[in-house]
Design a protein around this ligand. Sequence first.
Ligand code: SF4
Length: 326
Amino acid sequence: MDSDILVSLRGLDIGIRTSKGLLIPISDLSFDIMRGESVCLVGESGCGKSITALSILGLLPHPPFEVIGGEIIFDKTDLIGMGPRQLCSIRGKRIGMIFQEPMTALNPVFSIGDQIAESITTHLRLSTGQVRERVIELLRQVQMPAPEERMSSYPHQLSGGLRQRAMIAMALACCPDFLIADEPTTALDVTTQAQILWLLNRLREQRRLTLLFITHNLGVVAQIAHKVLIMYAGSIVEQAPVRELFKRPLHPYTQGLMNSVPYGLPEDTRRLQSIPGSVPALDSIPSGCAFQDRCPRVMDICRKIRPKKVQIDRDRWVACHLFSNR
Ligand code: SF4
Protein backbone atom coordinates (compact mmCIF):
# COMPACT_ATOMS: atom_id res chain seq x y z
CA MET A 1 0.00 0.00 0.00
CA ASP A 2 1.17 3.54 -0.84
CA SER A 3 2.85 4.91 2.33
CA ASP A 4 1.13 8.27 1.76
CA ILE A 5 -2.27 6.65 2.26
CA LEU A 6 -3.47 7.17 5.85
CA VAL A 7 -6.97 5.69 5.58
CA SER A 8 -8.10 3.02 3.17
CA LEU A 9 -11.52 1.36 3.00
CA ARG A 10 -11.42 -1.81 0.92
CA GLY A 11 -14.62 -3.54 -0.20
CA LEU A 12 -16.46 -2.67 3.02
CA ASP A 13 -19.88 -4.33 3.39
CA ILE A 14 -22.04 -3.50 6.40
CA GLY A 15 -25.30 -5.25 7.21
CA ILE A 16 -28.21 -4.63 9.59
CA ARG A 17 -30.06 -7.63 11.03
CA THR A 18 -33.80 -6.88 11.01
CA SER A 19 -37.04 -8.84 11.18
CA LYS A 20 -37.08 -8.59 7.37
CA GLY A 21 -33.68 -10.28 7.17
CA LEU A 22 -30.22 -8.88 6.50
CA LEU A 23 -30.27 -5.40 4.91
CA ILE A 24 -27.14 -3.87 3.40
CA PRO A 25 -26.76 -0.10 4.00
CA ILE A 26 -23.10 -0.08 2.85
CA SER A 27 -22.00 -2.16 -0.09
CA ASP A 28 -18.49 -2.68 -1.52
CA LEU A 29 -17.25 0.68 -0.27
CA SER A 30 -13.68 1.46 -1.29
CA PHE A 31 -11.68 4.68 -1.14
CA ASP A 32 -8.31 6.01 0.01
CA ILE A 33 -7.47 9.18 1.89
CA MET A 34 -3.91 10.45 1.57
CA ARG A 35 -2.05 12.06 4.50
CA GLY A 36 -2.94 15.76 4.72
CA GLU A 37 -5.81 15.37 2.26
CA SER A 38 -9.28 16.81 2.78
CA VAL A 39 -11.93 14.49 1.38
CA CYS A 40 -15.65 15.28 1.26
CA LEU A 41 -18.20 12.49 1.35
CA VAL A 42 -21.36 13.87 -0.25
CA GLY A 43 -24.89 12.56 -0.67
CA GLU A 44 -28.49 13.01 0.42
CA SER A 45 -29.70 11.91 3.85
CA GLY A 46 -29.99 8.15 4.02
CA CYS A 47 -27.11 7.44 1.59
CA GLY A 48 -24.91 5.88 4.30
CA LYS A 49 -22.48 8.73 4.99
CA SER A 50 -22.76 8.69 8.78
CA ILE A 51 -22.72 4.87 8.92
CA THR A 52 -19.41 5.03 7.02
CA ALA A 53 -17.98 7.51 9.55
CA LEU A 54 -19.16 5.54 12.57
CA SER A 55 -17.83 2.29 11.12
CA ILE A 56 -14.32 3.78 10.87
CA LEU A 57 -14.46 4.60 14.58
CA GLY A 58 -16.00 1.24 15.49
CA LEU A 59 -19.02 3.08 16.92
CA LEU A 60 -21.80 1.23 15.10
CA PRO A 61 -23.99 -0.61 17.60
CA HIS A 62 -23.53 -4.37 17.23
CA PRO A 63 -26.20 -5.77 16.98
CA PRO A 64 -28.00 -4.76 14.79
CA PHE A 65 -25.06 -3.57 12.63
CA GLU A 66 -22.32 -5.93 11.58
CA VAL A 67 -19.35 -5.70 9.28
CA ILE A 68 -19.86 -8.47 6.75
CA GLY A 69 -16.67 -8.03 4.79
CA GLY A 70 -13.86 -5.73 3.75
CA GLU A 71 -11.14 -3.80 5.53
CA ILE A 72 -10.76 -0.42 7.23
CA ILE A 73 -7.03 0.24 7.19
CA PHE A 74 -5.79 3.13 9.31
CA ASP A 75 -2.05 3.80 9.13
CA LYS A 76 -1.40 0.24 7.90
CA THR A 77 -3.54 -1.40 10.64
CA ASP A 78 -6.92 -3.02 9.99
CA LEU A 79 -9.42 -1.61 12.51
CA ILE A 80 -11.95 -4.37 11.87
CA GLY A 81 -11.73 -7.08 14.47
CA MET A 82 -9.71 -4.88 16.82
CA GLY A 83 -10.66 -5.28 20.50
CA PRO A 84 -12.45 -2.48 22.39
CA ARG A 85 -9.33 -1.54 24.34
CA GLN A 86 -7.18 -1.20 21.22
CA LEU A 87 -9.90 0.81 19.48
CA CYS A 88 -10.19 3.11 22.49
CA SER A 89 -6.48 3.87 22.28
CA ILE A 90 -6.95 5.04 18.68
CA ARG A 91 -10.32 6.76 19.06
CA GLY A 92 -9.87 10.31 20.35
CA LYS A 93 -6.07 10.03 20.31
CA ARG A 94 -5.29 9.32 16.66
CA ILE A 95 -8.77 9.75 15.14
CA GLY A 96 -10.97 12.64 16.27
CA MET A 97 -14.63 13.17 15.47
CA ILE A 98 -16.78 16.28 15.28
CA PHE A 99 -20.50 15.52 15.42
CA GLN A 100 -23.32 17.28 13.62
CA GLU A 101 -25.27 18.70 16.52
CA PRO A 102 -23.03 19.72 19.45
CA MET A 103 -26.02 20.25 21.77
CA THR A 104 -26.74 16.52 21.70
CA ALA A 105 -23.09 15.39 21.44
CA LEU A 106 -21.91 17.45 24.44
CA ASN A 107 -22.85 16.32 27.94
CA PRO A 108 -25.17 18.98 29.44
CA VAL A 109 -24.11 18.36 33.06
CA PHE A 110 -20.36 18.95 32.62
CA SER A 111 -18.60 22.20 31.70
CA ILE A 112 -16.96 22.28 28.29
CA GLY A 113 -13.56 22.57 30.02
CA ASP A 114 -14.18 19.31 31.91
CA GLN A 115 -15.30 17.56 28.72
CA ILE A 116 -12.21 18.62 26.77
CA ALA A 117 -10.01 17.70 29.76
CA GLU A 118 -11.53 14.19 29.92
CA SER A 119 -10.18 13.35 26.49
CA ILE A 120 -6.73 14.65 27.46
CA THR A 121 -6.54 12.77 30.76
CA THR A 122 -7.76 9.55 29.10
CA HIS A 123 -4.91 9.50 26.58
CA LEU A 124 -2.06 11.66 27.92
CA ARG A 125 -0.15 11.69 31.20
CA LEU A 126 -0.29 15.33 32.24
CA SER A 127 -0.58 17.09 35.61
CA THR A 128 -3.79 18.93 36.54
CA GLY A 129 -2.13 22.28 35.81
CA GLN A 130 -0.85 21.09 32.42
CA VAL A 131 -4.32 19.78 31.49
CA ARG A 132 -5.87 23.15 32.37
CA GLU A 133 -3.23 24.96 30.30
CA ARG A 134 -3.89 22.66 27.38
CA VAL A 135 -7.67 23.15 27.56
CA ILE A 136 -7.21 26.94 27.51
CA GLU A 137 -4.75 26.69 24.61
CA LEU A 138 -7.17 24.48 22.63
CA LEU A 139 -10.04 26.90 23.24
CA ARG A 140 -7.77 29.72 22.10
CA GLN A 141 -6.88 27.81 18.92
CA VAL A 142 -10.55 27.39 18.03
CA GLN A 143 -10.97 31.12 18.72
CA MET A 144 -13.28 30.81 21.69
CA PRO A 145 -13.56 34.32 23.19
CA ALA A 146 -12.25 34.61 26.80
CA PRO A 147 -11.18 30.92 27.00
CA GLU A 148 -10.23 31.05 30.72
CA GLU A 149 -13.80 32.01 31.62
CA ARG A 150 -15.59 30.01 28.92
CA MET A 151 -14.02 26.73 30.00
CA SER A 152 -16.35 26.79 33.04
CA SER A 153 -19.45 27.29 30.85
CA TYR A 154 -21.98 24.54 30.34
CA PRO A 155 -23.13 23.73 26.76
CA HIS A 156 -26.52 25.44 27.19
CA GLN A 157 -24.76 28.71 28.07
CA LEU A 158 -23.06 28.88 24.65
CA SER A 159 -24.37 29.75 21.19
CA GLY A 160 -24.47 27.06 18.47
CA GLY A 161 -21.24 28.38 16.91
CA LEU A 162 -19.38 28.41 20.27
CA ARG A 163 -20.62 24.90 21.09
CA GLN A 164 -19.28 23.68 17.75
CA ARG A 165 -15.93 25.37 18.52
CA ALA A 166 -15.89 23.48 21.85
CA MET A 167 -16.58 20.22 19.95
CA ILE A 168 -13.68 20.95 17.59
CA ALA A 169 -11.39 21.65 20.56
CA MET A 170 -12.43 18.31 22.07
CA ALA A 171 -11.77 16.47 18.81
CA LEU A 172 -8.31 18.06 18.55
CA ALA A 173 -7.41 17.61 22.23
CA CYS A 174 -4.90 14.79 21.68
CA CYS A 175 -3.53 16.02 18.31
CA PRO A 176 -5.15 13.34 16.12
CA ASP A 177 -3.76 12.58 12.66
CA PHE A 178 -7.21 12.06 11.20
CA LEU A 179 -10.37 14.06 11.82
CA ILE A 180 -13.87 13.00 10.82
CA ALA A 181 -16.38 15.85 10.68
CA ASP A 182 -19.96 14.61 10.29
CA GLU A 183 -22.01 17.53 8.90
CA PRO A 184 -20.43 19.89 11.48
CA THR A 185 -22.01 23.03 10.03
CA THR A 186 -25.52 21.81 9.20
CA ALA A 187 -27.13 23.15 12.38
CA LEU A 188 -25.44 26.57 12.07
CA ASP A 189 -26.49 29.78 10.35
CA VAL A 190 -24.64 30.74 7.16
CA THR A 191 -22.26 33.26 8.78
CA THR A 192 -21.27 30.90 11.59
CA GLN A 193 -20.94 28.08 9.05
CA ALA A 194 -18.43 30.17 7.07
CA GLN A 195 -16.44 30.90 10.26
CA ILE A 196 -16.31 27.21 11.24
CA LEU A 197 -15.21 26.17 7.72
CA TRP A 198 -12.49 28.82 7.74
CA LEU A 199 -11.36 27.59 11.17
CA LEU A 200 -11.28 23.93 10.10
CA ASN A 201 -9.28 24.80 6.98
CA ARG A 202 -6.80 26.79 9.05
CA LEU A 203 -6.40 24.08 11.70
CA ARG A 204 -6.01 21.43 9.02
CA GLU A 205 -3.16 23.36 7.42
CA GLN A 206 -1.48 24.26 10.72
CA ARG A 207 -1.67 20.73 12.12
CA ARG A 208 -1.33 18.89 8.80
CA LEU A 209 -4.53 17.04 9.59
CA THR A 210 -6.14 14.52 7.29
CA LEU A 211 -9.87 15.27 7.05
CA LEU A 212 -12.98 13.31 6.11
CA PHE A 213 -15.77 15.86 5.88
CA ILE A 214 -19.32 14.57 5.53
CA THR A 215 -21.94 16.85 4.04
CA HIS A 216 -24.96 17.06 1.76
CA ASN A 217 -24.07 20.65 0.87
CA LEU A 218 -22.02 21.12 -2.31
CA GLY A 219 -21.42 24.79 -1.39
CA VAL A 220 -19.46 23.56 1.64
CA VAL A 221 -17.54 21.06 -0.52
CA ALA A 222 -16.16 23.84 -2.73
CA GLN A 223 -14.68 25.55 0.34
CA ILE A 224 -12.99 22.62 2.05
CA ALA A 225 -12.33 19.60 -0.22
CA HIS A 226 -9.36 18.41 -2.24
CA LYS A 227 -11.20 15.31 -3.36
CA VAL A 228 -14.92 14.49 -3.46
CA LEU A 229 -16.70 11.15 -3.08
CA ILE A 230 -20.34 11.13 -4.20
CA MET A 231 -22.32 8.49 -2.32
CA TYR A 232 -25.67 7.02 -3.27
CA ALA A 233 -27.55 4.16 -1.60
CA GLY A 234 -24.50 2.93 0.29
CA SER A 235 -21.96 3.03 -2.55
CA ILE A 236 -19.60 5.61 -4.05
CA VAL A 237 -20.83 6.46 -7.54
CA GLU A 238 -18.23 9.08 -8.48
CA GLN A 239 -14.82 10.18 -7.21
CA ALA A 240 -13.06 13.30 -8.47
CA PRO A 241 -10.70 16.11 -7.48
CA VAL A 242 -12.92 19.02 -6.40
CA ARG A 243 -12.17 21.31 -9.36
CA GLU A 244 -12.78 18.54 -11.90
CA LEU A 245 -16.06 17.65 -10.27
CA PHE A 246 -17.39 21.20 -10.38
CA LYS A 247 -16.11 21.72 -13.92
CA ARG A 248 -17.55 18.49 -15.30
CA PRO A 249 -19.76 16.33 -13.07
CA LEU A 250 -20.15 12.96 -14.80
CA HIS A 251 -22.63 10.81 -12.89
CA PRO A 252 -26.31 11.77 -13.42
CA TYR A 253 -26.72 11.83 -9.62
CA THR A 254 -23.82 14.29 -9.22
CA GLN A 255 -25.30 16.40 -12.02
CA GLY A 256 -28.67 16.35 -10.23
CA LEU A 257 -27.04 17.51 -6.98
CA MET A 258 -25.21 20.32 -8.83
CA ASN A 259 -28.38 21.47 -10.60
CA SER A 260 -30.18 21.84 -7.30
CA VAL A 261 -27.60 24.17 -5.70
CA PRO A 262 -27.89 27.97 -6.01
CA TYR A 263 -24.44 29.52 -6.64
CA GLY A 264 -25.57 32.92 -5.33
CA LEU A 265 -23.91 34.80 -8.23
CA PRO A 266 -25.74 37.53 -10.19
CA GLU A 267 -24.83 35.88 -13.51
CA ASP A 268 -26.31 32.55 -12.36
CA THR A 269 -29.74 32.60 -14.02
CA ARG A 270 -30.27 28.82 -14.02
CA ARG A 271 -33.60 27.43 -12.98
CA LEU A 272 -32.94 25.21 -9.96
CA GLN A 273 -34.03 21.61 -10.44
CA SER A 274 -34.76 18.92 -7.91
CA ILE A 275 -33.95 15.23 -8.29
CA PRO A 276 -37.29 13.41 -8.59
CA GLY A 277 -38.13 10.80 -5.95
CA SER A 278 -35.98 9.94 -2.95
CA VAL A 279 -33.20 7.60 -1.87
CA PRO A 280 -34.65 4.03 -1.90
CA ALA A 281 -35.34 2.35 1.43
CA LEU A 282 -32.83 -0.36 2.34
CA ASP A 283 -35.34 -3.14 1.63
CA SER A 284 -36.20 -1.80 -1.83
CA ILE A 285 -32.88 -0.94 -3.48
CA PRO A 286 -33.39 -2.08 -7.09
CA SER A 287 -31.04 -4.59 -8.69
CA GLY A 288 -28.85 -3.07 -11.37
CA CYS A 289 -28.11 0.62 -10.82
CA ALA A 290 -29.54 1.89 -7.51
CA PHE A 291 -30.21 5.32 -9.11
CA GLN A 292 -32.27 3.92 -12.03
CA ASP A 293 -35.71 5.09 -10.80
CA ARG A 294 -34.53 8.71 -10.53
CA CYS A 295 -32.14 8.88 -13.45
CA PRO A 296 -33.14 10.96 -16.50
CA ARG A 297 -30.79 8.90 -18.70
CA VAL A 298 -31.71 5.38 -17.58
CA MET A 299 -31.21 2.60 -20.16
CA ASP A 300 -32.30 -1.07 -20.28
CA ILE A 301 -28.93 -2.30 -19.06
CA CYS A 302 -29.21 -0.08 -15.95
CA ARG A 303 -32.15 -2.19 -14.72
CA LYS A 304 -30.21 -5.46 -15.07
CA ILE A 305 -26.55 -4.94 -14.30
CA ARG A 306 -24.94 -2.95 -11.51
CA PRO A 307 -22.49 -0.47 -13.10
CA LYS A 308 -18.79 -0.98 -12.33
CA LYS A 309 -16.20 1.73 -11.74
CA VAL A 310 -14.85 3.27 -14.93
CA GLN A 311 -11.50 5.02 -14.55
CA ILE A 312 -11.63 8.44 -16.24
CA ASP A 313 -8.37 9.92 -15.06
CA ARG A 314 -5.67 9.25 -12.45
CA ASP A 315 -7.76 10.19 -9.42
CA ARG A 316 -11.15 10.16 -11.10
CA TRP A 317 -13.72 7.42 -11.71
CA VAL A 318 -17.46 7.02 -12.14
CA ALA A 319 -19.82 4.03 -11.79
CA CYS A 320 -22.38 4.49 -14.56
CA HIS A 321 -23.21 2.54 -17.75
CA LEU A 322 -23.01 5.77 -19.78
CA PHE A 323 -19.22 5.44 -19.47
CA SER A 324 -18.90 1.64 -19.64
CA ASN A 325 -17.57 1.48 -23.21
CA ARG A 326 -14.82 4.02 -22.86
FE1 SF4 B 1 -28.44 6.46 -14.86
FE2 SF4 B 1 -27.92 4.08 -15.88
FE3 SF4 B 1 -25.93 5.65 -15.12
FE4 SF4 B 1 -27.50 4.49 -13.32
S1 SF4 B 1 -26.11 3.45 -14.74
S2 SF4 B 1 -26.81 6.59 -13.32
S3 SF4 B 1 -29.48 4.56 -14.33
S4 SF4 B 1 -27.38 6.03 -16.78
